[in-house]
Design a protein. Structure first.
Length: 236
């Protein structure tokens, strides 16, 4: 099985620093976890919060900590550091090769969408952000993985796109349609298409930082050398 990941991000209009951060971390027992963080506020202060959370989460995942325990530990670290003055929304989408499953850990109001060949599932129960209240637990779901399955996660900038322009908000089914119209090989295109849809609803000027993560699973033949690859593009 091959894991394919596409990530797209857009800064809030007129802000040079993004309060959303994202990272891909290899799991010691096989697979990867994609960590996505939406720091409280805007610009450099929000980016600083998100970077702190990303760093803590990465070290824990690399050490073999389960994703749900990662969320709790990172919350405690942020809570102790800021004395309830900093908050962040945290989403972890992990592929656990040992358990042959996708594990989703959510401390966010934004959903995670799973599209398999025969069904769709939207996990959108609201979970409290980390860093503010003493006792915060992530919402966890574990789904057996299969070929051609695609998971989509995004931050509040996508969820609330259009709200400041007449009250319309992005339709989850439009995002599902974008996924259905493409394949696992198109994860980069899917992520960019969702960002473009949100920007269109915001009139071309993002009302908040926006990040989209698209993770897909593809069946591959076990032949020849196993080659991993990663590419990235940043605006500066």
């Amino acid at each position: 099985m091959e894991i394919k990941i596409g990530i797209a991000r857009a800064n809030k209009y007129e802000f040079s620093s993004c309060g959303d951060c994202c990272d891909i971390v290899e799991r010691p027992t096989g697979g990867v976890s994609v960590v996505m963080v939406d720091g409280q506020g805007n610009g450099a202060p929000a980016h600083s919060i998100a970077s702190f959370v990303i760093g803590k989460a990465r070290s824990l995942i690399e050490g073999g900590t389960r994703d749900d325990d990662v969320a709790r530990s990172v919350h405690e670290a942020l809570y102790d550091l800021s004395d309830r003055r900093m908050a962040a929304e945290l989403t972890i989408v992990g592929v656990d090769c040992e358990a042959e499953s996708i594990i989703v850990s959510r401390n966010t109001s934004a959903p995670v969408i799973i599209c398999a060949e025969e069904y769709e599932a939207v996990y959108d129960d609201e979970a409290g952000a980390i860093g503010v209240n003493r006792h915060v637990n992530p919402l966890i779901c574990e789904i057996p993985y299969e070929a051609n399955m695609i998971a989509v996660a995004y931050t509040d900038g996508i969820r609330l796109a259009g709200k400041k322009r007449g009250g319309r908000r992005i339709d989850t089914q439009k995002i599902v349609s974008i996924v259905r119209d493409n394949s696992v090989d198109d994860v980069d295109f899917i992520a960019r298409s969702i960002i473009d849809l949100a920007l269109e609803m915001d009139g071309g000027e993002a009302a908040d930082d926006m990040t989209v993560v698209v993770l897909g699973l593809k069946e591959t033949a076990d032949e020849g050398a196993r080659i991993d690859s990663l590419s990235a593009s940043y605006s500066i």
